[in-house]
Design a protein around this ligand. Structure first.
Ligand code: NAD
Ligand code: G6P
Ligand code: MN
Length: 446
């Protein structure tokens, strides 16, 4: 079928996510780039999906009544005849995120969704859910691509590498894009796509080593100079430019991270590994990020959806297009129309970082086209970053080992090795609490 006529069918897995309505608005805003014939929501929790499903239907029908719409909990209906699956599931939902964050905090350890023990616990829950969705996709639409941003992306990607090596799954994260939007503002670019970047690392664990304009002029020193003073915040930015205060604090903290190696610009997530003591000191153990999300984004999004449903129209809605999620359209468009866009993806290293294990899942620039992605060569990385990454990759691999083998010791080792955990004793205490809290979600460990 020619490019002009082709229209695509999308399923959003984790339909009840707080991100779904804003992603749908974003898809509908980009129909010229990525024409759609069908949008489906799929979730394994009907009640939760219903909090957004009707509102999404109203939004879709008001924009383009020719687009078919379905919200379902039936995997066959969801996954039949789809070209792209956008996967953002959270196994255990926000209630389990709260425990991922609060249990380590009991022992004075970083409590974070994807970094440190919280990410390990979440990974042990996510793997089965993501694999289940890949299997549905392959059964009902074998040519479909899954654009997966279900967290913890690093551990999920390692599980996919080992357990579904030939599946059409692309793991991606919005954090580099979010940070690049600020970097572009800091450096005076109109759009982040005007920048030619070099970047390497792991998910939520990376560094920009070069930022060039179209003429090849280098801006990395200028960026680092700015970050040393203001972190990753554009000079005129205020708290209201961030989803909330904790994201503003995170952008400011880049100042301290970059000071450790002022030759490159770091991901803000490195704050949890380089300053774990400060992170713990600034977190209320009784009110963590999960609570902020439940009282903030979840209330706001579900509240707006309820209003749309009651009014029968979305014309006055305060829901906004999820701009940060534009990477999803870019990625789908690259696969659909062979655009060869350069994007940061989480892929098997395979020599791209020359002095790093070939079987590590790394986050690096790739060229994306209709057959998938081709990673770009990164070359050698410095000892400091290499050391940090080797430790973290081992944590991620041990977590997947533990899940596959049902091994208590492998998971204890993963926790012990995490830079955020001070000792094997504390690792064991956290592990035993996690096992209790995750009954029914984790494989049984022996
Ligand atoms: P959420 O709990 O609000 O929504 C997730 C939904 O997934 C829930 O409705 C839940 O019922 C559903 N779900 C759970 N297990 C499922 C399964 N096996 N099959 C189908 N559906 C299932 O979570 P959220 O805060 O909206 O986040 C959603 C996901 O997106 C999380 O994994 C989050 O970490 C991730 N995320 C990733 C990025 C990124 O850049 N990688 C950015 C934002 C969010
Ligand atoms: C960024 C990360 C995601 C993470 C999200 C959490 O977007 O890239 O991986 O899920 O932040 O944000 P939240 O607002 O839920 O704490
Ligand atoms: Mn992410």
């Amino acid at each position: 079928m020619s490019k002009m006529n082709k229209k695509f069918s999308i399923v959003i897995a984790g339909g009840g996510s707080t991100y779904t309505p804003e992603i749908i608005l974003m898809l509908l805003d980009n129909l010229d780039k990525l024409p759609l014939r069908s949008i489906k929501l799929y979730d394994n929790d009907e009640e939760r999906q219903n909090k957004v499903a009707k509102a999404c239907e109203i939004i879709v029908k008001e924009k383009d009544p020719s687009i078919e719409y379905l919200a379902t909990t039936d995997p066959e209906k969801a996954y039949t005849d789809v070209d792209f699956c956008l996967a953002h599931i959270r196994v255990g939902q926000l209630h389990m995120r709260e425990l991922d964050e609060k249990i380590p905090m009991k022992y004075g350890v970083v409590g974070q969704e994807t970094c440190g023990p919280g990410g390990i616990a979440y990974g042990m829950r996510s793997i089965a859910g993501v694999l289940e969705n890949i299997d549905y996709m392959e059964k009902y639409s074998p040519n479909c691509w899954m654009l997966n941003y279900s967290n913890p992306a690093a551990i999920v990607a390692e599980a996919c590498r080992r357990l579904r090596p030939n599946s059409r799954v692309i793991n991606i994260c919005d954090m580099p894009i979010g940070m690049e939007q600020n970097i572009a503002k800091i450096l005076g670019f109109k759009d982040r796509k005007e920048m030619d970047v070099r970047y390497f690392g792991l998910n939520h664990f990376g560094w920009w080593t070069s930022i060039k304009d179209a003429d090849g002029n280098e801006y990395i020193d200028k960026l680092v100079e700015h970050q040393l003073k203001y972190g990753n915040c554009p000079i005129d930015s205020t708290e209201k430019d961030y989803t909330d205060n904790s994201w503003h604090e995170t952008a400011k903290k880049v100042r301290d991270i970059v000071a450790v190696d002022p030759t490159m610009a770091p991901s803000s997530y490195l704050q949890y590994y380089l300053f774990p003591d400060e992170m713990v000191a600034h977190t209320d153990p009784n009110y963590t990020r999960a609570n902020q999300v439940i009282d903030g984004r979840e209330k706001r999004v579900f509240g707006e959806c309820a209003k749309i449903e009651a009014a029968g129209t979305a014309k006055d809605t305060k829901l906004e297009i999820g701009i940060h999620a534009l990477f999803i359209v870019d990625l789908a468009t690259a696969l659909a129309f062979n655009t060869h866009e350069r994007m940061l993806l989480i892929v098997e290293n395979n020599g791209a970082i020359e002095n790093f294990p070939s079987d590590a899942m790394v986050e690096i620039p790739c060229i994306v086209g209709k057959d998938g992605y081709e990673p770009l060569s990164v070359g050698k990385i410095p000892t400091f970053q290499k050391g940090l990454m080797e430790e973290q990759v081992a944590v991620e691999k041990l977590t997947v080992d533990a899940w596959m083998e049902g091994s208590y010791h492998k998971l204890w080792q993963a926790l012990t090795l995490s830079k955020t955990v001070p000792s094997a004793t504390i690792a064991k205490k956290i592990l035993d609490d996690f096992i209790e809290a995750n009954k029914g979600y984790w494989p049984e460990l022996k």
